[in-house]
Structures are given as structure tokens and as C-alpha cells.
Design a protein around this ligand. Structure first.
Ligand code: ZN
Length: 178
């Protein structure tokens, strides 16, 4: 790694904001919450939670990404890279049971706590992409060590940001989910 990868923000600086940005997006689920609270203090690098609990309306909007509705009402994938979920209905997703969060590695926070750079895992620069994937792998492995399920090996969709309570199907539906 060249000097491009050094993180000017020291752990001490980061501790004022914690290592999890947008922690308020974390669902109330005990296992998921425990993982992100652990990461906030002990995580190997900063992360940002992009999505926590969903509703029927939000889930449909997510499902539409990368897909087109055909005249017969069925959906077809038109841009595989844009697809973020295979669940049309919130009740069929751990997010609809308040038991999942999607998070990304963050390269740095500003001292104010704002996000400076995010690794999404699909960057054009090969070196950046490799580092992003290395961090995603650590994130998914640590989530599994904390008893969570990771989306990295889901059939048909490599959902690296997604972690959830493996027992989510048995949990009650979140508000706004039918
Ligand atoms: Zn997810």
C-alpha cells in the first residue's frame, strides 16, 4: 500500500465521533445493534450505515433499482449492477423485520464527523477496489463472528453491505410493513 492509503485521522480523533457513521439508522434488533455498537468502539476502520429498517414503500423503491416492469406485471432485470435486493416485498426481507442493516467501509471521516470518502466496492481504480473488497471481507467476517448473517454469498446477488439476524423470519414485521 502506498502512502495514499494512510489515514490521517487518528483513532483518537475518530473516537470523538465513533467508527460507525449514522448509527441512528441501526435497527433495534439486539444482535445487529450489538455488532454495530462493538464496531463503533473496536472496528478496524470506519463504516457508514446506509439503510436499516424498511417499509413497504421503501422496499419497492429499492427493488425497482436495475429492473423494469413488463406489461404483464412481472419484473425483469435490465441492469444487474444496479440491483440491490431480490425482495419486492418488505416482509420478505430482513429489513422489513427490523433485523438488518446495510453498511459500507468509509475511508475517512472529516473531524466534524462528515464522510469524506466511501468505498463502495465498485470503484474504477483497481487499487482502490481491492482495498474496498478487502475491507468488505473483514466487515462480513466480523459480522459472522458476531452471530450475524452476511449477504456476501446470497444466491444471485453478492450483497456485501448486508448483515442481519439469521432468525429474522421469525421476528415481527416492522411498522409500515404488511
Ligand atoms: Zn440489506
Amino acid at each position: 500500500m502506498g502512502k495514499e492509503w494512510t489515514q490521517p485521522n487518528s483513532r483518537a480523533l475518530l473516537s470523538s465521533v465513533g467508527l460507525v457513521k449514522h448509527k441512528e439508522r441501526c435497527p433495534e434488533n439486539a444482535k445487529v445493534k450489538a455488532f454495530f455498537e462493538w464496531w463503533d468502539v473496536n472496528g478496524p476502520f470506519p463504516i457508514v450505515i446506509l439503510r436499516g429498517t424498511t417499509t413497504d414503500a421503501l422496499q419497492e423503491a429499492e427493488f425497482k433499482k436495475g429492473r423494469k416492469k413488463l406489461p404483464d406485471g412481472s419484473w425483469v432485470v435490465i441492469d444487474k449492477g444496479a440491483v440491490v435486493t431480490n425482495a419486492l416485498r418488505a416482509c420478505d426481507s430482513a429489513h422489513g423485520h427490523a433485523a438488518a442493516a446495510d453498511a459500507h467501509p468509509v475511508r475517512e471521516f472529516f473531524d466534524s464527523g462528515g464522510v469524506k470518502l466511501i468505498y463502495l466496492g465498485d470503484e474504477h481504480d483497481e487499487e482502490v477496489r481491492e482495498e474496498a473488497l478487502r475491507r468488505f471481507k473483514m466487515y462480513d467476517d466480523l459480522a459472522k463472528k458476531h452471530g450475524l448473517e452476511s449477504g456476501e454469498n446470497y444466491p444471485g446477488i453478492c450483497d456485501r453491505p448486508h448483515v442481519c439476524d439469521p432468525d429474522w423470519r421469525k421476528l415481527p414485521l416492522a411498522p409500515g410493513v404488511t
